[in-house]
Unconditional design. Structure first.
Length: 514
């Protein structure tokens, strides 16, 4: 009896009664007979045996290599721009390329022993027991993590107004949004509170706040940086990436984060190579061909934004680049294609799939799944207005149209990818405004729901495309208008972050007179 065989074990699964299955049959319109219900009830006992054994088997765990204490939720006077979700102090290796650098971690990324809310009351009280791969890589490289940065509720907003701990303010003008969903990461870098931060990007969530705060934010090629240990939105658009005050630090953090993750992330090719981005930064761009994507300029609702970005891009001729106007007509449909994938994909993967989803091989954060499932089933009313909209639209589409529009969106994503690739065969990078307008005012307490939705979702017209297609895209400050930063987006070939960073660095030197 030493092995425990024969002793009572708490059942892993509560078996259904015949009444339970009869109600399910009626709800699903299966029209099961009484005999079928009885047989399925009996059959479930065999299935439950497998579930029981599965629950008893130990599962692999992501490593936690560096000691830490839990930290604390900062008081208002200890929380500039309301940008921290949680403060801590975790020191990494004594040496490494990030030695001496302070880092903020977006709160959709797990840090062991530190509370994680992903901007949502639904996850309140959840403390992961594992470090996301990017966290381990920051610490292995000698970085010092100062806390979890505030983000939008489940990262589903481009405005910095939906985080459960309150709006994140823009360091350039604290009455305005800093953008989302990586709002806290951008604010803390722009406000010089940390040297660099990690953000996440599914519709522009690194580049939007980078643009409106005036910093550098890079959405890498899909799969270059492992997503392991971060709460997803939709597998095919999920990205993590670096945010920093300058191009060098952005490239440096990318070097630390990028690389294959031992098969734990299906987004990654096995032969993934990481370039020495910082070493190659200052090689120059003489002879490079740069295309100004005209459809990206035409989307601007504030003409001064388009004019500033075009003027900034034209200065690259001083570095020996050739700058020409180019056209990708399908760019104007990119947001619609992204919406088809992301609306239902996010609902089914993140909400119904409880922050893990289904049908992919790799590391599933089961403690996160359990915490999110309990939260969303007990207090679904605690979701933000934007997430409630996502739930209703997602469920409505599931029940009435199946996955028709998700599937068509994925099919057209292939065509969209080819459209950019065709132009990028001739041009080294494409340039366009990151966002169609300057940072808007934060919504007031009496803001109507239609107005709230407009502030949360209206800015992704240029940024969503690269999330769908997986191309690398970087936002860098082109200049300021009335004290408000304007971002210039540089989009490149898959896994050619080197050229994207070189163009950004060349512009940075011209802009800063270096």
């Amino acid at each position: 009896m030493a092995s425990g065989q024969g002793l009572y074990k708490s059942p892993a699964v509560c078996p259904p009664t015949e009444d339970d299955l009869q109600k399910l049959s009626e709800d699903l319109n299966l029209k099961c007979t009484t005999e079928e219900i009885q047989a399925i009830t009996a059959q479930f006992k065999n299935t439950a045996t497998s579930f029981q054994r599965l629950s008893e088997l130990p599962e692999p765990a992501l490593p936690v290599k560096y000691p830490r204490v839990p930290g604390y939720r900062p008081a208002e006077n200890d929380n500039p721009y309301n940008a921290w979700s949680w403060k801590c102090d975790i020191k990494g290796a004594a040496t490494g390329k990030l030695a001496g650098k302070t880092v903020g971690i977006k709160d959709n990324i797990a840090v062991a022993g530190v509370p994680m809310m992903n901007g949502s009351k639904i996850l309140e009280g959840y403390v992961p027991e594992f470090d996301a791969t990017v966290v381990t890589r920051v610490l292995d490289a000698g970085g010092r993590i100062l806390g979890k940065t505030a983000c939008e509720d489940l990262c589903f907003s481009g405005c910095s107004s939906t985080c459960s701990s309150g709006p994140v303010r823009n360091p350039a003008d604290e009455t305005r949004t800093v953008g989302g969903s990586s709002s806290g990461s951008a604010a803390l870098v722009a406000g010089k509170v940390v040297d660099m931060a990690i953000g996440g990007d599914q519709g522009g969530s690194i580049r939007i706040p980078a643009s409106w705060s005036g910093i550098v934010g890079l959405k890498p090629t899909w799969g270059l940086v492992p997503y392991t240990g971060a709460m997803p939105i939709e597998l095919t658009v999920d990205h993590l990436g670096p945010m920093a005050a300058n191009v060098h630090d952005c490239a440096l953090l990318l070097e630390a984060l990028a690389g294959y993750d031992e098969g734990r992330d299906p987004r990654q090719p096995r032969d993934l190579k990481v370039e020495p981005y910082t070493t190659l930064l200052d090689k120059g761009i003489s002879g490079k061909k740069i295309g100004l994507l005209q459809e990206g300029f035409s989307t601007c609702t504030e003409q001064d934004v388009a004019e500033m970005v075009e003027q900034a891009a034209q200065t690259l001729t001083k570095a020996g680049a050739k700058v020409e106007k180019v056209s990708v007509p399908m760019h104007l449909d990119s947001a619609a294609i992204w919406t088809g994938v992301c609306m239902q994909g996010a609902y089914n993967n993140m909400i119904v799939g409880n922050g893990n989803g289904y049908q992919w091989k790799g590391y599933y954060a089961t403690s996160l799944q359990e915490a999110y499932f309990r939260g969303r089933t007990t207090r679904p009313y605690d979701n933000s207005r934007v997430v409630k909209m996502l739930c209703l639209v997602g469920e409505y589409m599931n029940r009435n149209y199946g996955n028709k529009f998700y599937a068509k969106g994925q099919n057209l994503t292939t065509v969209l990818t080819q459209a950019y690739d065709k132009v990028l065969q001739e041009y080294d990078v494409l340039i366009l405004p990151t966002l169609p307008y300057k940072a808007s005012k934060l919504p007031q307490a009496n803001c109507s729901t239609p107005e709230f939705f407009e502030t949360a979702l209206s800015m992704v017209i240029n940024t969503a495309a690269a999330d769908s297609t997986g191309h690398p895209a970087l936002s860098i400050n082109a200049g300021n208008i009335g004290g408000l930063p304007v971002g210039m987006m540089i989009m490149g070939r898959h896994f050619d972050e080197t050229t994207v960073l070189q163009v950004a660095r060349a512009f940075e030197k011209i802009r800063d007179g270096k």
